[in-house]
Design a protein. Sequence first.
Lengths: 252, 174
Amino acid sequence: MKGSPVSRVSRRRYLMVAAVLNLPLALFATAYLARSASPPEIPSNVAWTETTLAAANGGDAFRGLLLARRCDHCHGAEGFSDDSSIPNLANIDRLTIWKQLEDYRTDKRASLVMRGIAMPLSAQNSADLAAYYSMLPNSSDPQDKRVFPQAPPNGIEAGLASRLVTLGDGQRGIPPCQSCHGPVGSVRGAPSLATQNGSYILSQLEGFASGLRTNDINMRMRSVALQLTEQERRALADYYGSGAGLLPGGAR
Amino acid sequence: MRLEKFRFLSAIALFAVVWLTVRFPIEVQTAVGHFFGENHIDPATLHLNGEFVENNLGSAQESDGSVTVRMIAQQYVFVPQCVLVPAGVPVHFRITSADVAHELTVTGSTDVLKALPGTVNTANFEFPSAGEFSMPCHEFCGSGHYAMRAKLVVVPREQFQRLQPDERISCEPR
């Protein structure tokens, strides 16, 4: 049989099939051996470089106004939602809105709803939306269906929250909220919380603490939220949700 | 009178010439090292690539038994916020800043380490005894500076587990 054309063909076919079957295995083994260290865990593809800042700030608010009409249903026509678990977007700065849309688009922040909405947006669309929402006023409007100022917390909780907001807790390394989220200081990508809904703040703090939300650059919010107790998280959510973070006159 | 004035001015000129001659190479070296040296790092992209990505922060074990700790200082937290190291072992700190100047200090010791945006600063510390120490920021970095503090937990050498080469450890409650 040796040397006959039939057996030569079948042997060749056997070798080809074996090669095809083993190819993925070989590739995997090569990749595994070539791997020197574990791959980096990247919280967000956004980095505040000059080009990113230019892209995020270069939106056209009028285009944003047209695009934002598809956001009305959840985030409200004036940027105030009618459900306290959905964030208010009025007067949130450009960088924050642009970064969150980018993170939804690149699956760095998980949300089934927002993923589908952010996917078709271009970077320029995100910038336009950011420009529009950052210009919406956060003053009150009785005709709107907003749920924003929620019931204020009771005395003890309000005291606890106001201490964390203004002083933080140095013993545990918790910085004051207001030194990044305003009005005292600001940090790129840290939104104003002055007119944010309580339930939304609570869910995000819990998300940061439990690792469900991981799109904060250099683990800043995760480090802080992890240190807060359940009671403190709720107190902070109630504090901001009741409008206590607003300065007199509605400024943020 | 006139001679005295001339002497005074020439003394100042001489001082300036000597000072600039001595100082100039040092300044150039510092500037070149800052922008082109191996310790140069882009503070905006720490989380994307390089040694300060999330899963490379914390304590790592070297083959010679020493420990390397990588940290980021930023307004107003150190990451990781709780550092775990063994006692009586050389600990090599590598720190950088994501925004402004910070300084890592260890209470009860003279160990200090500046964290500056754009460079990786390094220092070798050794902690003789086990215990918990506070590591406050000692460079005014903004309104939250007074609450910027990390924790250092020094455990006895035997208790510090043997780590894999690409394994990182910290004592954050996660």
